[in-house]
Design a protein around this ligand. Structure first.
Ligand code: PAF
Length: 291
């Protein structure tokens, strides 16, 4: 596995593989890797000849009150995990390599970026869209992999890649869960043991909503109330938002129709904000797979 720190060297690495007729898959991350990231790597390796992972804590997606410096960093462990999982190259640039001068250009996907998480974190998705565009311009992969857990991020990146006619196909990978159903996330480490015990209630609420959906329920308010009732059983969880949305536009829906819809949840548990999602596809079975 190669560790690459400059834009020039990554371009050369990719060019050499492309000359040899190999396909390139790319997994952008901010490090603090866990088994959720490794599911992206595994899917990437299955689809492509060469897998490149980027590890870059991107300062432009952190707001003024958000702690960029405190974001967890453990490069040695991340590199070890990538090596064990058969990654071909890790791109780990310094901030000055990615941003040699203050940016004058930024990518906005306003309709998808100013709602939900974007409402609480103004400018966050501008930072994400811009750094992802930069990374995709540098690596020029055939495919790039993003977790469905960060559903809004995936929608923003998909729309940006579509609007800007980017070469890479954007691939969403299903959420990886702990044994008790909690969505895998680097934030889970910040939960106290007591908070960690109650956190799976969010997923339990989603399973209740999915079960209603599988028996024919299509009304958004009823599906949402199944999640609300589950989380209300735990007073330490406060639901910040919970609604049914169109999977592509993220517009609010009153009913599931013939288009894919998604239940999006944001909840606060102590000092940690957790997000989760459940896609409801018309014609889906109890397991959520297309029938
Ligand atoms: O999801 C993340 O880890 C980041 O937002 C991403 C996509 C790597 C951009 O910095």
């Amino acid at each position: 596995m190669q560790t690459i720190t400059t834009v020039r060297d990554l371009r050369r690495f990719v060019w050499l593989h492309r000359q040899a007729g190999r396909t390139i898959g790319f997994v952008p991350t901010m490090g603090a890797l866990h088994h959720g990231h490794m599911a992206l790597v595994e899917r990437c390796r299955a689809d492509n000849d060469v897998t490149v992972v980027s590890i870059f804590v991107n300062p432009t997606q952190f707001g003024p009150g958000e702690d960029f410096d405190a974001y967890p960093r453990d490069l040695d462990r991340d590199l070890e995990l990538c090596r064990e999982h058969g990654v071909d190259a890790v791109f780990h640039p310094a901030v000055a390599e990615m941003y040699p001068e203050p940016l004058q250009t930024g990518i906005e996907v306003p309709a998808l970026s100013t709602i939900l998480i974007g409402e609480q974190r103004p400018g966050h998705f501008r930072g994400v869209a811009t750094v992802v565009a930069k990374l995709l311009n540098i690596a020029e992969p055939d495919r790039a992999y993003f977790g469905e857990k960060d559903f809004q991020q995936l929608a923003v990146v998909r729309r940006m890649a579509f609007d800007l006619s980017m070469r890479a196909s954007i691939v969403g990978v299903p959420t990886v869960r702990e044994a008790d159903g909690l969505a895998a996330s680097s934030r889970n480490k910040r939960l106290t043991p007591a908070e960690r015990r109650v956190a799976p209630v969010i997923h339990q609420g989603m399973l209740a909503a999915r079960s209603l959906f599988s028996t024919g329920e299509r009304d958004a308010a009823t599906l949402v109330s199944a999640i609300r009732s589950a989380t209300e059983r735990e007073p330490s969880i406060s639901l910040l938002s919970c609604d049914l949305r169109d999977s592509a536009t993220l517009g609010i829906l009153e009913r599931v129709t013939d288009k894919p819809a998604v239940l999006l949840v944001t909840a606060r548990l102590g000092s940690v904000v957790l997000i989760d999602q459940l896609e409801l596809r018309p014609g889906a079975t109890e397991e959520g797979e297309a029938a």
